[in-house]
Design a protein. Structure first.
Length: 458
């Protein structure tokens, strides 16, 4: 088969594929012993310096060790240490936790109390435009209300928070409006709307697929990588609202190649190695077809968000900005861990705001998929000689699939294509994944299809 050489700077903005980097397990060490045989508690209790991804693994182990005494944890990015909250802990157990290499902090509110408070909020204050998540750094429930929560709705929310008792929750107002963000990573289109491809995966039956936001699939079942183009993928499973915001979309061509990187613009890519749990305090980056690359920090886990369309639970709360068209896009770390899929939030990339993400690990488990490329490799090069999607591989010259050929998902000079409505005129510039025109191109439009304010209508 013939192959078209595509320069690396022309790779599409897709993410996925496991490069099978087996992270070493972090085991809880026993107390160190000095040369004279005495216990060296001081050395054993020194907090470890570690990466955020390793902190998440260690936090899970320490949580099991502490049991009911565990009251959450977070990653201190300045000291690069894991801080673990403990309430009413047995001294011996606390010593063991310190010996595991964490910094122990005694707090007032147990996880059981915080979770009970969240349940009260759910039953008494499920109001569109509100959210809540446990913040381990303050050992309180972080409650946020957007600009639509006023009058009797605000009074109801405020009185519910007060009923939880002193020191249990904080409440803040957001200047924006909570809404789902439809558009992201690689631009994908359905029903006149634009969303973003999150991560390429392999479905349970071995076929190539990708993850995106579940609310994106409200626009239609068949998705294209070109505005007005032929469908290249079909929705297989979708959840929204409810227990998450994610969808599995299978490529129609079983030979489609699924690139294992995120194109962050300027010809630069981040290789994705595996899916990982988020940790509060972790530094993360988001890629979207509207606003490109933006960075921030994880603020809370297991967040509940009350969108106009309904309540979604189990999300990651961050201070990363996003705008209409970024939904479904990739949340990841600089060292290549897939963390989340853009769901929604408030604000924009001018004033900032909160953005919520669907955890990738939860989505993968729910749809029975694995992070990685699916399908047979086209031709002799799994993803084209230079760029992850050659002429015969992945999507072929006329077919299109995320990073396809000349007339389809990836044109000759554009991150997503000169000929396809995601090139110079439609939201992804000429030289890179999010190039000269960056967000929403001259011809793309910004109407509203689903009442959320974040579905791009063309």
């Amino acid at each position: 088969m013939s192959h078209k050489r595509i320069p690396k700077r022309k790779a599409a903005i897709a993410a996925g594929s496991v490069v099978a980097l087996g992270a070493a397990a972090i085991l809880l060490p026993n107390a160190n012993a000095s040369q004279d045989g005495a216990s060296d508690d001081t050395a054993a209790a020194t907090p470890k310096t570690l990466k955020a991804a390793d902190a998440s693994d260690l936090a899970s182990q320490v949580a099991g060790l502490l049991g009911e005494a565990f009251a959450g944890s977070y990653y201190d990015s300045d000291s690069q240490q894991l801080v673990v909250n403990v309430v009413n802990g047995d001294n011996n157990v606390i010593v063991q936790a310190k010996q595991a290499g964490v910094k122990v902090r005694e707090v007032d509110n147990s996880m059981a109390e915080l979770e009970a408070g969240a349940q009260i909020l759910k039953s008494e204050a499920t109001i569109a435009g509100t959210s809540w998540a446990v913040d381990p750094r303050t050992n309180k429930i972080r409650v946020t209300a957007d600009s639509t929560v006023t009058g009797t709705k605000w009074d109801r929310l405020e009185s519910t928070v007060q009923s939880l008792g002193s020191g249990m929750a904080t409440i803040t107002k957001s200047a924006g409006t909570f809404k789902t963000f439809a558009s992201g990573g690689d631009a994908i289109f359905a029903g006149g709307s634009r969303c973003s491809l999150g991560f390429n995966v392999t479905a349970g039956d071995g076929s190539p697929a990708f993850l995106t936001a579940g609310h994106c699939t409200l626009a239609g079942d068949q998705w294209s990588d070109a505005e007005g183009g032929q469908p290249i993928a079909t929705v297989d499973q979708s959840t929204f609202p409810g227990d998450g915001d994610f969808a599995l979309v299978k490529y129609d061509d079983p030979a489609t190649e699924a690139p294992s990187d995120v194109n962050v613009g300027g010809g630069q890519t981040v290789q994705i190695s595996q899916a990982a749990e988020a940790e509060v305090g972790q530094q993360v980056a988001r890629m979207g077809s509207t606003t490109g690359l933006n960075e921030g920090q994880v603020l809370g886990l297991d967040a509940t968000v009350n969108y106009p369309e309904g309540t979604v639970t189990g999300l990651i709360q961050t201070d990363v900005c996003a705008e209409p068209g970024d939904s479904g896009g990739s949340l990841f770390t600089q060292d290549g861990l897939a963390i989340g899929l853009t769901s929604g939030g408030s604000g924009d990339c001018t004033v900032g705001g909160e953005t919520f993400f669907q955890p990738v690990t939860t989505a993968l488990e729910a749809v029975g998929a694995t992070l990685g490329a699916g399908g047979a490799a086209g031709g002799d090069a799994g993803a084209g000689e230079e760029a992850g999607a050659g002429e015969e591989a992945g999507a072929g010259e006329e077919a299109g699939a995320g990073a396809g050929g000349e007339e389809a998902g990836a044109g000759e000079e554009a991150g997503v294509g000169e000929e396809v409505g995601v090139g110079e005129e439609a939201g992804v510039g000429e030289e890179a994944g999010v190039g000269e025109e960056t967000g929403t191109g001259e011809e793309t439009g910004t109407g509203v299809e689903d009442g959320s304010g974040l579905t791009q209508t063309n």
